[in-house]
Write a protein that binds this ligand. Sequence first.
Ligand code: PEP
Ligand code: MN
Length: 265
Amino acid sequence: MQIRQITVGNAVFGGPRVVLIAGPCSVENEDMAMRTAEAVAAGGAGVLRGGSWKPRTSPYSFQGLGQEALRILRRAGDEFGLPVVTEVMSPEQIEVAREYVDMLQVGARNMHNFILLSEIGRSGMPVLLKRGFMATVEEWLLAAEYILKEGNEQVVLCERGIRTFENWTRATLDVSSIPLARDSIGLPVVVDPCHAAGRRDLILPLSMAGLGAGADGVMVEVHPDPDKALSDGGQSLSLEEFALFAASVTQAGESPCRFQERIRR
Ligand code: PEP
Ligand code: MN
């Protein structure tokens, strides 16, 4: 199946090269966003990520800086020449975010928010659609159809792990979903090892597994001081670690599994 190419800034998802999306879980302030953007740009990232509104399990945890985060993210992206992506949780947030970002993210918890999906479809903006952690591959692809149905074909899928009985990791990365989803719907798929593992020591092996399965890109969380991060520090790479990580992941340059397209089914 031919994979649709989705262009966001200079990054092309579904093309011959692996796209790295990197940045903090949450935008916490201008200084950390700028330092992170500089480091991820230097490492070859194609897209800068950063949470503005955070879907936290506890209402007492840091909820994100909202529009202030969007302003900072835009400035950081512009300063270092990167397009930016942020998560939206409601149709109202799309209206605000579209003034600042190049791509919208639908998080795992909102994959079933059909009103949000349809509205993103109507926005016509590129979207990173994460798999819900209780969703089957079929349910994930039907969520993508809600966006496609409105005439928006700029959908990139993101496998971020599903809930299983395993509790040494935050979720379980479902590697098989990558070729399954990619080849049945013809959209690029990105692997997110950070939310799958919940721990930074598994980021590289899970990224390699995802790329081996044919992923078109990798999304990782990066923070200048992970131990002090306001969200997801334990699964974030430091700036120095990101440099090493990016060098390993992009060494091959070309996505390793392009022969997949020539396999008969
Ligand atoms: C995130 O990307 O920071 C995030 C909240 O991811 P997920 O929706 O996959 O949990
Ligand atoms: Mn996170």
